[in-house]
Design a binder for this molecule. Structure first.
Ligand code: ADE
Ligand code: ZN
Length: 334
């Protein structure tokens, strides 16, 4: 219908998609077979059982417990390349123009996969997406906050050359939020910035944990963007700060419902962010797990908030401006 066409044609950017979160049950079982991976007995044993499991995540941790097992089927450079390439093709179909994609090297290195295998695979797919699909791309390496910061420091140093060669552009922080506050990673962010002064810094904050995780990410980690940031609505001063400093929130509406951050997309405080002038983008997070890709997230928001076309244009404009791209590329997208 008409709304779908309108949303499809907006020049969309995605800033919050975990490439490992684009692993569909179909590809998961194909790779498990090809790579001779024996999944644990409690893991769903078929595509249907996986899909059933995805309807019942109780919270972030419950999802992550499944997710880290799922990603263990990725072994070779072409596994990583194929995974990311399939995402770019799907996203192109959804009307995506620019993608800043997360990946979790520690989730692979701890299984004995060299970081080079992971990065080279994702980089090849990104290069192909630029050349063949016209999508501009950036890779954002995330640290797993449930692992010690020493491990994070080592990962940052192991990735140093990729940053200096412009193959990885950003640093993020993900995984179990509440027990692992941003202050644990101050040194990691400082080291990454020292290794590569042009780096883009972001962190998951305020998905489940309180607004202080957002302010502390800004103050201590010096991030210029916040992933999720849903809980910011509880702190008026913080909302003013986000608006004034143009700190973009990368929202993931369908994810928030699946992980029970809210019980319905309509519960998200979207009006409040719009009224305060807090910039945000709309994203898919882990689309293979949460029942929808980029355009589905746009459609879910539209179905609940019935935004005016000019509001959508402003949201997309903010999302271009919050992207880590140069002025020339921004101009193309506006
Ligand atoms: N890893 C993948 N998806 C995530 C999310 N929504 N929050 C934290 N860590 C994640
Ligand atoms: Zn995420």
């Amino acid at each position: 219908e008409q709304k779908r066409k309108f949303l499809h044609e907006l020049p969309k950017c995605e800033h919050h998609v975990h490439l490992e979160g684009t692993l569909s049950p179909d590809l998961l079982f194909t790779l498990a077979k090809r790579n001779n991976i024996e999944l644990p007995a409690h893991f769903p044993s078929s595509i249907e059982l996986c899909n059933d499991r995805y309807e019942k995540f109780t919270d972030l941790q419950d999802f992550l417990d499944h997710y880290y097992i799922g990603m263990s089927v990725l072994m070779t450079e072409s596994d990583f390349e194929d995974l990311a390439w399939d995402y770019f093709v799907k996203a192109k179909h959804d009307g995506l123009h620019h993608a800043e994609t997360f990946f979790d090297p520690q989730g692979h290195v701890e299984r004995g996969i060299p970081i080079e295998t992971v990065v080279n695979g994702f980089h090849r797919a990104s290069q192909r997406a630029q050349a063949e699909l016209g999508i501009s791309t950036k890779l954002i390496m995330c640290l797993l906050r449930h692992l010690p910061s020493q491990d994070g420091l080592k990962t940052i140093n192991d990735a140093k050359q990729f940053y200096q060669d412009g193959i990885i552009h950003g640093l993020g922080l993900d995984s179990s939020e509440k027990p692992f506050p941003p202050e644990l990673f101050e040194e990691c962010y400082a080291l990454a910035k020292k290794n590569c002064p042009e780096i883009g810094l972001t962190a998951h904050a305020g998905e489940e944990a309180d607004p202080s995780f957002i302010s502390n990410s800004l103050d201590l980690l010096k991030v210029t963007r916040i992933d999720h940031g849903v809980q910011s609505y509880r702190d008026d001063e913080l909302l003013k700060r986000l608006a004034k400093d143009k700190v973009m929130l990368s929202l993931c509406p369908l994810s928030n419902v699946k992980l029970q951050v809210v019980s319905d997309v309509g519960e998200l405080p979207l009006r409040k962010w719009l009224d305060y002038g807090v910039p945000f983008s709309i994203n898919s997070d882990d689309p293979a797990y949460f029942g929808g890709y980029l355009l589905d997230n746009y459609l879910a928001v539209e179905s609940r908030f019935n935004l005016k076309p000019e509001e959508w244009v402003q949201i997309t404009k903010n999302s271009v401006d919050g992207s880590w791209i140069d002025a020339a590329r921004k101009k193309q997208l506006h």
